[in-house]
Ligand binder design. Structure first.
Ligand SMILES: [Cu+2]
Length: 282
């Protein structure tokens, strides 16, 4: 019996140490850098399609802008009073009027079809392998894994707790990140306890309101392991800009190890509640 419990304790300790080790080693594949162009590196199929759609729209915008610019320049140079002293008296041109009505309609339809297809794709997933529930609070996040009875708060780190040498970023770090497995269909449910919040991770293409008394749903499938950052994107009160989101995306095996260690420990809630009570008194 004692050998079994010693083995189990050792295994749990190894897993806990391993979990803090990944935190140090995890790369940040989608972190923005100064003077960066384009969107953050996508880390989910939805984010990849969002980037593709953005690029597609950029081409359409550029073509429209160039055509309008060319028309303006043509009119300004070819038809100014000096170059064209006898102006045309035409007031109507049926073909032209049909064209400038129909072409924008066609462009809008060309944009609308992939847009609605993507909206539908982002909406929900039929057979999720994992469900995580995100609860917005003023001003921190609570994460729950309803299937595993795991729940914890994720509180922002204060300025004096940030370790810049270890690659931490001011206003973006939390004490307890959300751990999620890669290559897994994850259903994400959102709600809130007080006001509207919005859970946002640009690299996953996820931005959804968490609404008190209501459950919103979306999904993700993380394709790259690493540490991903986000922030609350709904004006939710005075500390709106101080409720960062950190997700550690790890392999399914590492997630399993974390889940087992979390279930074994399972005593994190009172500490977090006390810590937050102390924070809001400052
Ligand atoms: Cu918020």
């Amino acid at each position: 019996m004692s050998r079994i419990s010693a083995f189990f304790t050792g295994w749990v300790l190894t897993m806990v140490c391993a979990s803090s080790a990944w935190a140090q080693e995890l790369p940040t594949p989608s972190f923005p850098v100064p003077w960066q162009l384009n969107l953050q590196t996508p880390a989910s199929p939805v984010a990849e399609q969002l980037v593709e759609f953005h690029n597609f729209l950029l081409v359409i915008c550029t073509v429209i802008s160039l055509v309008v610019l060319a028309l303006l320049l043509w009119c300004a140079f070819r038809y100014n009073a000096k170059a064209n002293p006898v102006p045309s008296k035409n007031a109507h041109n049926t073909l032209l009027e049909i064209a400038w009505t129909a072409i924008p309609v066609i462009i809008l339809v060309v944009i609308a079809v992939p847009s609605y297809r993507l909206l539908y794709y982002m909406d929900r997933i039929e057979d999720p392998e994992l469900t995580v529930k995100v609860v917005g609070n003023q001003w921190y996040w609570t994460y729950e894994f309803p299937d595993y009875d795991i729940s914890f708060d994720s509180l922002p780190l204060q300025d004096d707790e940030i370790d810049v040498a270890a690659g931490q970023h001011r206003l973006l770090e939390v004490d307890t990140p959300l751990i999620l497995p890669t290559d897994t269909d994850i259903r994400i449910l959102f709600t809130a306890t007080d006001v509207l919040h919005a859970w946002t991770i640009p690299a996953f293409g996820v931005k959804l309101d968490s609404v008190p008394g209501r459950t919103n749903e979306t999904w993700t499938r993380i394709t790259i392991p690493g540490k991903f950052y986000g922030q609350c994107s709904e004006l939710c009160g005075i500390n709106h800009s101080f409720m960062p989101i950190v997700v550690h995306a790890v392999s399914p095996e590492e997630f399993e190890a974390w889940r087992a260690s979390e279930l074994a420990a399972n005593d994190n809630t009172p500490d977090d509640a006390n810590r937050f009570a102390a924070l809001i008194q400052e």
